[in-house]
Ligand binder design. Structure first.
Ligand SMILES: C[S@@+](CC[C@H](N)C(=O)[O-])C[C@H]1O[C@@H](n2cnc3c(N)ncnc32)[C@H](O)[C@@H]1O
Length: 201
């Protein structure tokens, strides 16, 4: 791949997959042209990546994922050296749901259950107009009282490792951001700020 592709053009993201160099270049472009990013950067990053290449650890644990730049760089060095696991922890989570539409709501609840989503977290969900996602839409706009009532019949039911009841006590402030698909069709993404966790009554 050549020059850094524009990070925001969805149709070009396909070329980023499987190419750590291009992904890092796209993040750098974002950092230079759009916003300040506090990632480790090329120079210090290379020192760590070289150390990983030299030591060949099986696992790397990183605390402070941020936007994932170091995780891409160091994860690549780890994989090249035969390592198997890259674990990165981040306390300030931003989650972008852009996979199977039917899974968005349940995956949001799983993230709540794992405390990956909690007050301070920001969650985005794509395709809210095309094709739309009414269950997710209602959930991130529902009152905590409504969510507690909806979950009540299932509390203490047999635990399922896949289906989650989430945390109905989390409070969201949700806004729909209108935009366009690469095809030119109107679409929108929901951005939900988790602003509070109420005390169970
Ligand atoms: C300098 S940035 C990390 C940059 C990243 N390693 C990179 O090079 O791309 C620091 C990150 O650490 C996170 N952080 C701070 N305290 C933390 C903690 N106790 N546990 C997990 N993450 C934490 C912050 O939210 C922030 O995103």
């Amino acid at each position: 791949m050549g020059a850094a592709p524009a990070f925001y053009k969805a149709e070009e993201q396909i070329f980023l997959r499987g190419s750590p160099e291009d992904m890092l270049a796209a993040i750098d472009e974002l950092g230079h042209s759009q916003d300040f990013l506090m990632n480790v950067g090329k120079h210090k990053g290379k020192i760590v990546a070289d150390l990983i290449a030299q030591e060949k650890p099986k696992t790397v644990l990183e605390i402070g994922w941020y936007v994932g730049s170091s995780a891409i760089m160091f994860g690549d060095a780890l994989r090249r050296g035969g390592g198997r696991r890259y674990i990165s922890l981040e306390m300030n989570s931003k989650i972008f749901f852009d996979h199977s539409m039917m899974s968005h709501l349940n995956d949001l609840k799983l993230c709540q259950e794992l405390s990956l989503v909690r007050p301070g977290s920001v969650t985005l969900a794509d395709n809210m107009r095309r094709p739309g996602n009414p269950l997710y839409w209602e959930y991130v706009r529902a009152s905590t009282k409504g969510k507690v009532e909806a979950a009540r019949p299932f509390v203490n039911c047999l635990k399922d490792d896949v289906i989650s009841l989430g945390n109905p006590l989390l409070v969201y402030r949700t806004t729909l951001l209108e935009g366009l698909e690469p095809s030119g069709h109107a679409d929108a993404a929901d951005v939900s700020y988790c602003v509070d966790e109420v005390v169970s009554s």
